[in-house]
Design a protein around this ligand. Structure first.
Ligand code: SF4
Length: 379
């Protein structure tokens, strides 16, 4: 299967630095043949004047690589932090979530394809400066903002400025990402962030190459980088029937995680639903998630969860000291919470890994769409 090509310029897609949402970027270099290579992700798009990269939001104009979606969003929503999913980061708190358009992967099973594959500027129907976004997060009572729905790697300049504006107000920032990023931009990007959920889409190079058109080692490098950083991170693997759900593959993933990251990085196995170019594959049976969880626990991982299903046992945090069920969840709703304000088990005092700062939030499972600015689609 051929890798998706960079986008040919079309009149409606024309890039221009006169556009208020288009900004210069730093990670690129000129090749001997005159093309310019974007160095943000291992995709390494090599562009001629006017072309866009695979992610669509970065492209070449005036002999430089620009970002054409700075300050524009596909919509804002206040979500439970558990939806990212992050189970060990400010539990129960609301997070102001947004994405832009485009993506640097090309997953055939994409669960957000209407956003990530969008080439319609109408998708970017909301606009917000970093400052406006931080003010809105504060006004809405959010403890954090999340760059999600599509991968923030491709709009890193905007995400970093939002994170900085939020940090000035004591609001933290979360990236939901596939972790497909080159070392230098990765170090700069995560220097601005507080937490991440990384999609580890499978544990086979074949799956990555055939189904996501990306390479597994680059993602594993990001996980090791995060393990050595101050950024709190959790991992999600979407289990797709007959594609990445064999005992052997799950065991190999868990063995690698235990050896390279240790037992305390939470792992979420979530359920696939047929979408995008994989509508012929059935949804993940809940038993598959429970089987994967058992394998992970057997490999010594302490915090392993099932997702996108009702499974109270599979969504409960157990104290590694005394075995008590200290955080009981049902999907995104917290049913019981028995940790101190700094994350210790109320029964035995053992600290549960994560970021805790006061009592658990009470946001619940609500999802609240919000509008921060007037539409700009027809501007
Ligand atoms: S960030 Fe976009 S333009 Fe840059 S290399 Fe990756 S896919 Fe290509």
């Amino acid at each position: 299967m051929a890798e998706p090509a960079v986008a040919a310029p079309e009149p409606a897609d024309a890039l221009s630095l006169a556009d208020p949402y288009t900004v210069p970027t730093a990670y690129w270099h000129t090749l001997p043949d005159g093309r310019i290579q974007c160095d943000v992700c291992p995709r390494a798009c090599k562009l001629r004047e006017g072309q866009r990269g695979l992610c669509f939001v970065r492209g070449r104009i005036d002999d430089q690589i620009v970002l054409a979606s700075y300050g524009r969003s596909s919509g804002f929503c206040v979500d439970p932090i558990e939806k990212k999913p992050l189970h060990h980061f400010l539990p129960g708190s609301p997070v102001l979530s947004f994405g832009t358009a485009g993506c640097n992967l090309a997953c055939r099973f994409c669960q957000n394809w209407d956003i990530s594959k969008s080439r319609e500027i109408d998708t970017l129907s909301s606009a917000a400066s970093p400052e406006a976004l931080a003010v809105a997060a504060e006004r809405l009572g959010c403890r954090s903002v999340a760059f999600t729905y599509n991968d923030p790697v491709i709009f890193m300049e905007y995400a970093m400025d939002v994170a900085d504006a939020c940090r000035e107000r004591g609001i933290r920032s979360v990236a939901v990402s596939a972790g497909y990023m080159n070392p230098a931009p990765r170090a700069e990007f995560y220097g601005h962030l507080d937490a991440a959920n990384i999609d580890l889409k499978a544990f086979s190079e074949r799956f990555y190459e055939k189904i996501t058109f990306a390479k597994l080692p680059a993602v594993l490098e990001t996980l090791e980088f995060l393990c050595d950083s101050d950024v709190w991170f959790e991992i999600t693997t979407l289990l797709i029937p007959d594609h990445n759900d064999s005992d052997a593959e799950i065991a190999a993933e868990c063995a690698w995680l235990a050896e390279h990251l240790g037992p305390d990085v939470p792992l979420h196995f979530s359920a696939f639903h047929p979408d995008f170019k994989m509508r012929d594959v059935p949804p993940t049976p809940p038993e598959t998630l429970r089987r994967a969880r058992r394998i992970a626990l057997d490999h010594g991982l302490r915090y392993v969860y099932t997702g996108n299903v009702h499974d109270q046992e599979g969504q409960t945090t157990t104290c590694p000291g005394c075995g008590a069920a200290v955080v009981v969840r049902d999907w995104y709703r917290m049913v019981r919470y028995e940790l101190t304000d700094t994350g210790e088990c109320r029964h035995c005092g053992t600290r549960v890994a994560g970021v805790y700062d006061g009592p658990a939030g009470t946001w619940g499972s609500r999802r609240l769409p919000v509008r921060l600015a007037t539409p700009t689609a027809s501007a």
